[in-house]
Design a protein around this ligand. Structure first.
Ligand SMILES: NC(=O)C1=CN([C@@H]2O[C@H](COP(=O)(O)OP(=O)(O)OC[C@H]3O[C@@H](n4cnc5c(N)ncnc54)[C@H](OP(=O)(O)O)[C@@H]3O)[C@@H](O)[C@H]2O)C=CC1
Ligand SMILES: O=C(O)C1=N[C@H](C(=O)O)C[C@H](O)C1
Length: 238
C-alpha cells in the first residue's frame, strides 16, 4: 500500500518503521515544514493517509484528505469538538475517515470491559468511580483522548452524573478525570472504584508506541474502498 504519513514525530516514525517492515511504501512523511505540500498529493498517488500531528493541525489535514478523495486514518486527539464539521465534509465528498482515540487492541478491549463493569457498578452506590491518566510531559491535550472515551463509557451507564471534570472529585454528580504528566510515560489509564471497605481498578499500561502504530496500520489496510466514518469497533471483534 502507498501510505502518506502526515506528522513525523513519535507516532509517525513508529508507524513508518512497522509499515516498511510489512512491505508498504511511504510516499512521503510530512512534518510541520512540509504541511503546505499536503494539498499537492492526489488519490492516484496515495492509497491512504495516516495523520498523527497535533490538536490544532488535525482538522485541516483531515479536511484536505477528504476533499482530495484520500482515505484518512487519524489518531490525533483533542479535536473532537469539530467532529460535526468533519462529518459534513466527509459526507459531502463521499469520503472515508477512520478515527480512534487509541489504536491499541488492548485499550479497545479495556474500553469494552470498562462499559461492562460500569453497567454493573452503577447498581452499587457505595462505590465511587474515578478515572486517572498519566502521560509524558510533551503531551499537548488534557485529558487524554483515551480517558475521554473511557469517561463516555462510564457516563452512559451513570445517568445521574452530568458530565466530567478534569480534576479529582468526590461529587456523585460528576465524573472526575485526573491527569498527570510525568517524564516519558507512554500512556497509563486507570478506572478506580472505591467503597469504604475496598478498592478495585481496571488498569492499562502501554509499554511502547508499537501497539498504537500496529492498530493504525491495520486500520489503514482496512479503510481504502470504504465510505463513511469508522472506528475500532468496526475493525475488531469485541
Ligand atoms: N490514537 C492513538 O492511538 C494515539 C494518539 N496519539 C496522538 O497523536 C498525536 C501525535 O502524537 P505524537 O506522534 O506522540 O506527537 P509528536 O509531537 O511526537 O509528533 C507530532 C508531529 O506532527 C508534526 N506536525 C504538527 N503539525 C503538523 C502539520 N500541520 N503537518 C504535518 N506535521 C505536523 C509535529 O511537528 P513539530 O515537531 O515540528 O511540531 C510533530 O513532528 C497526539 O495528538 C497524540 O495524542 C498518540 C499516540 C497514540
Ligand atoms: O499523546 C500520547 O502520547 C497519547 N495519546 C493518546 C490519547 O490522548 O489518549 C493515546 C495514548 O494514550 C498516547
Amino acid at each position: 500500500m502507498r501510505i502518506l504519513l502526515i506528522g513525523y514525530g513519535k507516532m509517525g516514525r513508529t508507524i513508518e518503521r512497522l509499515a516498511l517492515a510489512k512491505g508498504h511504501q511511504i510516499v512521503a512523511a510530512l512534518s510541520v515544514e512540509d504541511a503546505s505540500t499536503l494539498a499537492s498529493y492526489t488519490k492516484d498517488q496515495v492509497d491512504v493517509a495516516i495523520e498523527f500531528t497535533s490538536p490544532d493541525a488535525a482538522v485541516s489535514n483531515i479536511m484536505t484528505c477528504l476533499e482530495k478523495g484520500i482515505p484518512v486514518v487519524c489518531g490525533t486527539t483533542g479535536w473532537l469538538q469539530h467532529l460535526p464539521q468533519v462529518t459534513a465534509t466527509c459526507q459531502q465528498h463521499n469520503g472515508a475517515l477512520f478515527y480512534a482515540s487509541n489504536f491499541s487492541v488492548g485499550v479497545n478491549l479495556f474500553f469494552h470491559f470498562n462499559e461492562y463493569v460500569a453497567q454493573k457498578m452503577q447498581q452499587y452506590p457505595e462505590y465511587g468511580v474515578q478515572v486517572k491518566e498519566i502521560h509524558h510531559v510533551h503531551k499537548l491535550d488534557q485529558p487524554s483522548g483515551t480517558a475521554l472515551t473511557i469517561a463516555e463509557g462510564i457516563l452512559k451507564n451513570y445517568p445521574d452524573k452530568q458530565g466530567w471534570v478534569n480534576d479529582k472529585t468526590t461529587s456523585p454528580d460528576i465524573l472526575g478525570i485526573e491527569s498527570e504528566r510525568e517524564g516519558e510515560v507512554v500512556g497509563t489509564h486507570v478506572v478506580q472504584y472505591t467503597s469504604p471497605n475496598d478498592t478495585f481498578e481496571l488498569h492499562h499500561i502501554a509499554h511502547s508506541r508499537e501497539g498504537f502504530a500496529a492498530g493504525a496500520l491495520l486500520a489503514a489496510e482496512w479503510l481504502p474502498g470504504k465510505q463513511g466514518i469508522f472506528g475500532m469497533t468496526d475493525l475488531l471483534q469485541l
